[in-house]
Design a protein around this ligand. Structure first.
Ligand SMILES: C[SH](C)CC(=O)O
Length: 267
């Protein structure tokens, strides 16, 4: 009886983000694996998901969203991941930096900075929270770079400056990637690049690096979340390794909901 109430309270809906996100493919897989036959995965965007989350929490209503960290929602709201006994959402993820083929020859200085880039969930969180509190992403990124000269120096020490060359960074408009991409753009600007930031859907982001339309991206969630994209494009991109460790994806609910596992969503 109780679980039927959960499904009805949720209107049998998992509130998702953009269709190209890996967490969406995993959530669709969870609907199958956990036989959540009545449920529908609602595609929208990171911004729409977080406003639906905000609305539900303000009214202490039931909601389940496709979630991930790093993300500011965990510091703003009391949330929990639903246990995933079938392991559909995988374990800890790392965020990798990917460059197009030929970048090392064409833009050695940018390649070196991108290869050196590595920071923590807390570093990213500082920028994400500032943006969530209304600061312009470029400003929040510039402030972080100004306040963290030692971290930036680890990436740029020994790298020559350039003279206004244009580099294109692709991203998907997830709050985590808006923070990291704007930050590394400021660092590249600091050594003389003109940086163009090009937002697009997940699949297009990978294709843009593989076909050279974009030069680099710091938004590759591996091994599982973007595993399918990496499999398609691994011969046509350069994996510069992780820029952040200990990320995670899954289904997330407000702590006030009396469920703890994806199993509990079942009819
Ligand atoms: C939305 S997470 C930042 C990454 C993904 O699920 O593709």
């Amino acid at each position: 009886e109780e679980t039927a109430a959960v499904g009805e309270a949720l209107n049998y809906t998992i509130t998702g983000i953009d269709a190209g996100a890996g967490v969406m493919a995993a959530a669709q897989n969870a609907i199958e694996e956990y036989e959540l036959d009545e449920y529908e995965l609602q595609a929208s965007s990171d911004a729409a998901m977080t406003s639906a989350l905000n609305e539900a929490i303000s009214n202490e209503e039931a909601i389940v969203v496709t979630g991930w960290n790093p993300h500011w929602k965990f510091s703003k709201y009391d949330l929990k991941y639903l246990d995933d006994p079938k392991g559909v959402f995988g374990d800890a993820e790392n965020i990798h930096t990917m460059a197009r083929l030929g970048l090392e020859e064409d833009m050695p200085e940018a390649y070196q900075v991108l290869d050196n880039f590595h920071w923590t969930e807390d570093d990213m969180g500082e920028i994400m929270v500032a943006i969530n509190e209304g600061q312009d992403p470029e400003e929040a990124a510039a402030e972080w770079v100004e306040n963290n000269p030692d971290k930036v120096a680890e990436w740029t020490d020994g790298v020559d400056s350039v003279d206004g060359e244009t580099i294109v960074l692709a991203l998907v408009a997830w709050d985590s990637e808006i923070a990291s991409t704007n930050m590394i753009a400021k660092v590249l600007e600091g050594i003389g690049y003109n940086v163009e930031i090009s937002p697009m859907e997940g699949g297009y982001m990978w294709a843009a690096i593989a076909n050279g339309e974009a030069d680099a991206m710091v938004a590759a969630w591996l091994p599982a979340t973007h595993g399918a994209y990496f499999e398609d494009y691994q011969d046509d991109v350069i994996d510069l390794g992780t820029n952040l460790e200990g990320a995670k994806i899954g289904l997330v609910v407000p702590a006030y909901m009396d469920i703890d596992s994806i199993e509990d969503l079942k009819e």
